[in-house]
Write a new protein. Structure first.
Length: 389
């Protein structure tokens, strides 16, 4: 392992200069394999708020730029692995001169360590993942979203970090969380995963005695090398229990389901979620009422997406999604029960062109609507490059 550590350190400086498209794999003398891969993306993004300001920015899209380092080996009949994923953004938060402000950092250039995990592949094909990785609940919703390869909703036009894509406009962000997750063999037609996660503080509910539980079940049809029709169906759920200082319990629960169908050059995705005390943009954010006896706020949403491949290299896509949040209690100064609090929706159209095996050109236009929470109705136009290696 000392040799492995040394190679990891050397690769961090040397491999980026020599890596070929689609990643670089090196065979090490101890029998382990080392892999380096990732992407860099850059977009020009123009936002125009109805009756408000307009802004241009050069920034990262929904998918962060990624540099991933992985090492895998086989010991005692088990497939072992470690994975490190650095995910910075290209832009500074605020403006290009932030680095000259005393005590500040370049928000886009700071190390964003989204992935730090180990994997233990068991003899029966099941796998244990322990560390920090994308959450299980609603991960299929974001992984099947076409704006993952674009911009979608912008969020803060002048801020650091990634854009929102369809986060809060069709699903709740699963986030990258500390977890211990057990999953079935990836070769199975029916796949499942269930994990124990670092629990979240939800408003005043800060006592979290047990982990949050997240799980999913995925079915895929059997295909061959000549298959043009592919289908995937998934269901998922999460549950967390927390208490406040008065020993009052809050149970946060959510369920989700979706389908992805590829029929020749046409692809259709439909997904939905509903829950209570889980939020509607980021997990567990604004998830409880504001009254004297707060309770979990109900939320729901979903999106529909259609894409069509043209000539094998270009894909046209359109999608629409919505996320809603309702009141949870009618205590003094609190919510009005079941009254709508927030409703965010967005229509997106885009073209995604595979210029080379590794280089993608992307253009999108989105129309955001913020109907209840006082935010801006906005038009977003973006164009840029994504280079995977």
């Amino acid at each position: 392992m000392k040799r492995l550590t040394l190679l990891l350190l050397v690769a961090a400086f040397v491999v980026p200069r020599i890596a070929q498209a689609q990643g670089l794999t090196m065979q090490m003398s101890n029998g382990w394999k080392f892999t380096f891969a990732g992407n860099i993306n850059a977009f020009w993004v123009y936002t125009s708020d109805k009756g408000g300001p307009s802004n241009s920015s050069i920034r990262t899209g929904l998918l962060p730029t990624f540099a991933t380092f992985a090492a895998t080996g086989k010991e005692a009949g088990m497939d072992l692995g470690v994975h490190f994923g650095f995910a910075p953004q290209i832009q500074n938060g605020g403006n290009e001169h932030d680095q000259f402000v005393p005590g500040s950092v370049q928000a886009g250039a700071q190390i964003d360590m989204r992935q730090v995990f180990m994997t233990i592949g068991l003899k029966n094909g099941m796998q244990i993942l322990a560390g920090r990785e994308l959450g299980v609940f609603q991960r299929q919703n974001i992984l099947n979203d076409r704006t993952l390869f674009g911009v979608g909703a912008v969020g803060d036009p002048q801020g650091g970090g990634t854009t929102l894509g369809r986060i809060g406009y069709g699903y709740v962000y699963p986030n990258f969380n500390a977890q211990i997750t057990l999953s079935s063999s990836p070769r199975s037609q029916v796949q499942w995963a269930i994990g124990a996660f670092q629990p979240s503080v939800v408003g005043v509910f800060g006592e979290t005695a047990i982990p949050r539980i997240e799980g999913e079940l995925v079915w895929k049809n059997k295909t061959t090398a000549r298959s043009t029709n592919k289908f995937m169906v998934w269901v998922g759920g999460e549950w967390q229990s927390a208490k406040n200082a008065a020993d009052v319990s809050l149970s946060s629960t959510g369920v989700t389901a979706g389908v992805h169908a590829d029929i020749a050059d046409l692809s259709v995705v439909v997904s939905a979620y509903t829950g209570k005390g889980i939020g509607h943009i980021l997990g567990m954010l604004n998830a409880v009422g504001a009254g004297a006896t707060p309770a979990g706020r109900p939320s729901d949403g979903g999106y529909a997406q259609v894409t069509y491949k043209m000539g094998g290299k270009s894909t046209l896509g359109v999608s629409w999604g919505i996320s809603r949040l309702k009141g949870a209690d009618d205590g003094a100064g609190g919510d009005v029960t079941d009254a709508p609090i927030a409703e965010l929706s967005m229509f997106t159209a885009g073209i995604y062109h595979q210029w080379t095996k590794s280089l993608k050109l992307v253009g999108e236009v989105s129309r955001e609507r913020n109907d209840l929470s006082g935010g801006a109705n906005r038009t977003d136009v973006s164009a840029g490059f994504m280079l995977f290696f």
